[in-house]
Design a protein around this ligand. Structure first.
Ligand code: ADE
Length: 239
């Protein structure tokens, strides 16, 4: 049975978009996953199929109506136990742990916002998870939905050629990944770190671990603190 992505959007033509290419595209053709869309506009009200209205309390922009969002959600006939995710910069940050959880289940239902957002009562009443892909504002949730789907689809069984490449990568152990090098061994006078040419697998593993730690400490103090806390916690638990 294939993993099901259902996307509620005002721009159904944006899907599968870039995910129709490469690894995800092949997996889509092979039925590993399915990408369905539900056009929010079809559930709009009146002659103009209005999906939004002005915000109570005043202010700029428009808000997607709860009744319209709910009609679209109901029309998808998504399985009851499927996670329903609204992409918004107000959401909690998407992590690899979330991605693993979504990929391990039957699929996801994604709601893409435009304008100022979606009526909060709908999100609360239907148990919609609110997720952000980063601290910047996109013009709509569609590109964020594509990012989330890309991250999930690559983890589906059989999508990635080498299973190991899914394990040995950034975030799998809470650290950023070590740097990579390939031929030529000298490029514009820059040499590849000698240990990588040594054939000493233990020394290579040790060097890579040290580089992963150094990179994480420099670039992501948040991840570094969490990793240190976990490491020290494990050590405390072992004695
Ligand atoms: N919609 C607009 N900006 C977004 C973001 N950063 N993450 C998720 N959805 C969004």
């Amino acid at each position: 049975m294939s993993w099901k992505a259902t996307v509620v959007t005002l721009f159904p033509d944006m899907f599968p978009g870039p995910l129709g290419q490469s690894l995800a595209g092949r997996a889509l053709e092979n039925g590993v996953w399915e990408c369905r869309t539900e056009d929010l506009r079809e559930h709009g009200l009146g002659r103009h199929r209005a999906v939004d209205d002005t915000p109570f309390g005043g202010g700029a922009g428009m808000v997607i109506r709860p009744d319209v969002a709910d009609a679209a959600l109901a029309a998808t006939a998504a399985e009851a136990n499927i996670p329903c995710v609204y992409l918004t910069p107000r959401g909690r940050p998407l992590t690899q742990a979330d991605v693993r959880r979504y990929a391990a289940g039957p699929g996801v239902m994604l709601l893409c916002g435009r304008f100022e957002g979606v009526d909060e009562r709908f999100l609360q009443a239907r148990g919609v998870e609110q997720v952000s892909i980063g601290d910047y504002v996109l013009s709509g949730g569609e590109t964020a939905a594509l990012v989330l789907l890309d991250a999930c689809v690559r983890l589906l069984p059989g999508v990635m050629g080498s299973e190991l490449s899914g394990v040995e990568e950034s975030f799998s152990d809470g650290l950023l990944e070590y740097p990579h090098y390939t031929r030529p061994a000298v490029w514009e006078g820059h040499e590849v770190p000698e240990v990588l040419l040594s054939g000493n697998h233990a020394a290579i593993a040790q060097w890579r671990q040290a580089k992963a730690e150094e990179t994480t400490r420099e670039r992501r103090p948040d991840l570094w603190s969490a990793w240190l806390a976990r490491k020290n916690g494990n050590r405390a638990a072992a004695v």
